[in-house]
Design a protein around this ligand. Structure first.
Ligand code: BJW
Length: 240
């Protein structure tokens, strides 16, 4: 149980927290990787082979998210409430590229796998906001390079963002919560081991089912995120 915890909290989230908002996970039976190949759509090599196909995939996901039907759910809202009311620091480290934590009100937020609503120029590395489609031959507004724009996301083989800040937050926390992630993808999958080895940090997994790393957590709670996350947050805030 989280009772007795008063210090900082580090929260890792994955696709499962956004599932009940209407977004696909990756590795569930109906997940994205059951529909498209991750080698083709989530690697720099796949992008180099067929940029038209990969840009179209991200354009479609961007349009879906911008459409107005995808909203933060009770789990995103509970984490924003935790940050607002908790006496210590709460940092949310999300693997998700959606904007649902931010829209729910989370401010101390790290998008370790990037953001769907941002694009990056591979030539000058400038990052810019983007709600609409990216054209394959688009010219960068910063440096003028043509055809160098890409989604500002982290593909396999690329370094996730803000790793120094993430390990600082993990080292400084008293509670590590992992929510809605299957524990298949590193380095995020290794965070629970990191806090275990450090010692003195309570860890809890909140997921629909046991993840790959479930046995490494001190506590596990299984159920839909919209139920288990608000309940767990209320317990923390009431000190139970
Ligand atoms: C619910 C729910 C509900 C459902 N309520 N729960 C061999 C060994 C070890 C590592 C490697 C290796 N070979 C290569 C690597 C490294 C590689 C890796 O991990 N590969 C593995 C496949 C083995 N990793 C990388 O390349 C990363 N970079 C890297 O390692 O750099 C070097 C480095 C070294 C040291 C330190 C730092 C860096 C980059 C990984 C990039 C991942 N990119 C993607 C795509 C992002 C863009 C996009 O979205 O299109 O990120 S892949 C995809 O997987 C996405 C996700 O963020 C990520 C994780 O998925 P997630 O969130 O866990 O989703 P699912 O679907 O797997 O799970 C959902 C869970 O929710 C399930 O458990 C459900 O049960 C649950 N759920 N409904 C609660 N309602």
């Amino acid at each position: 149980m989280g009772a007795g915890i008063t210090g900082n909290i580090a929260v890792l989230t994955g696709a499962g927290i956004s599932k009940e908002s209407g977004l696909d996970t990756f590795r569930d039976a109906d997940g994205l990787w059951s529909k498209v190949s991750l080698e083709d759509y989530a690697t720099p090599e796949g992008f180099a082979r067929d940029p038209v196909k990969v840009q179209a995939f991200y354009n479609e996901r961007r349009r879906g998210m911008a459409g107005g039907n995808i909203r933060p759910n009770a789990a995103h809202e509970a984490l924003a409430k935790l940050e607002a009311e908790w006496p210590g620091e709460v940092v949310v480290i999300t693997q998700n590229i959606d904007d649902l934590h931010g829209r729910a009100g989370t401010k101390n937020l790290i998008h370790m796998h990037g953001e769907l609503f941002k694009v990056r120029c591979d030539a000058c590395k400038a990052v810019s906001e983007r709600r609409g489609d990216v054209a394959v031959d688009e010219v960068c507004g910063e440096c003028g390079a043509a055809g160098a724009m890409r989604p500002h996301v982290v593909w396999f083989g690329e370094m996730p963002f803000d790793m120094d800040r993430i390990y600082e937050a993990l080292d400084a926390c008293e509670l590590f919560m992992s929510i809605g992630t299957s524990g298949n993808v590193y380095p995020a999958a290794g965070f629970v081991q990191h806090v275990r080895f450090k010692g003195g940090i309570h860890s809890v997994e909140l997921n629909l089912e046991p993840s790959e790393g479930a046995s490494q957590f001190a506590e596990t709670v299984y159920g839909p995120a919209t139920e288990v996350v608000p309940e767990y947050v209320e317990r923390l805030l009431s000190g139970r």
